[in-house]
Write a new protein. Structure first.
Length: 275
């Protein structure tokens, strides 16, 4: 997923202006995006996905991954039953906003930002996208065991997303700088990788017979909001005159920072569970 988004971000630079710094050798994602035959890139990504599927299949075969126990009895329920659960109400806003900066910045805005503000082309954009993608991978590995180490999911999620919001505010307020931008995007990628932990927090409140529907509901809030944000930030971008060049992107950074804070406020009232 991170690789595919990085390829897309680098590809967005195809029609952007270049500068002398583009003499640097392209990182792998930029090299993929530069291949003239689009089908070759798609086939390469398909091969990578098939290899990943083979690893998962092997893990299942070795019983490293197991289905949950089946619920006995004629228990029924629906998503409406989940929405009636007060414990879930303060979690839904952060579920809807925690993935916004990562999904939209990494997948859509990193490439145009570095092209328009710093004059970067595929190699530079590919490097920035790669750094942010690696930070996201590291963040997922860090979040995984952290709830057991710290004994909390709520405050782990809250702190990580608060740091992400602070980094977004810094991107909006600080004068544009190539390396400062890379560092802050990496911070957003690392601390903002709370998607799975937010899902885990919500899942702790689901009755066994509604776990599948509950996780689907949280995924709908998380990924659906990212899709809607593409349209919202696109309209915001076109509404802000590019004078200076970073002005539309500053507005986008503020948009994500405010959205994230709006999700964090009700999350303060969520019950903490680690089971």
């Amino acid at each position: 997923m991170a690789l595919g988004a990085a390829v897309a971000a680098a590809a967005l630079a195809g029609g952007c202006k270049k500068r002398a710094s583009e003499q640097r050798p392209p990182v792998p994602v930029a090299a993929l995006a530069a291949i003239p035959a689009d089908a070759s890139v798609v086939v390469g990504l398909d091969v990578a996905q098939l290899a990943q599927a083979a690893v998962v299949a092997r893990a299942v075969d070795q019983m490293l991954v197991r289905d949950p126990e089946r619920v006995a009895g004629p228990v029924r329920g629906s998503i409406l039953d989940l929405l009636r659960m007060p414990a879930l109400w303060p979690i839904l806003p952060i579920a809807a906003t925690n993935y916004l900066p990562l999904g939209a910045l990494r997948g859509l805005w990193v490439g145009p930002y570095y092209a328009d503000v710093f004059g970067e082309g595929p190699a530079g954009i590919g490097l920035v996208a790669l750094v942010m993608g690696l930070a996201m991978v590291a963040g997922n590995f860090a979040y995984g065991p952290a709830d057991r180490w710290l004994g909390t999911r709520k405050w782990l999620n809250f702190t990580g997303n608060a740091v992400t919001a602070a980094a977004l505010v810094m991107l909006a307020l600080l004068p544009p700088d190539w390396w400062t931008g890379v560092v802050l995007l990496a911070v957003i990628g690392f601390f903002g990788a709370s998607f799975a932990m937010v899902i885990a927090h919500g899942r702790a409140f689901f009755p066994p017979h509604l776990v599948g529907r509950g996780v689907t509901l949280l995924n709908l809030f998380a990924l659906g909001s990212v899709g809607l944000a593409q349209f919202a930030t696109g309209r915001l971008f076109t509404a802000i005159p590019p004078e200076p060049a970073q002005a539309p992107y500053t507005a986008i950074f503020w948009f994500f920072a405010i959205a994230l804070v709006a999700g964090l406020i009700p999350y303060l009232f969520a019950r903490d569970r680690t089971d």
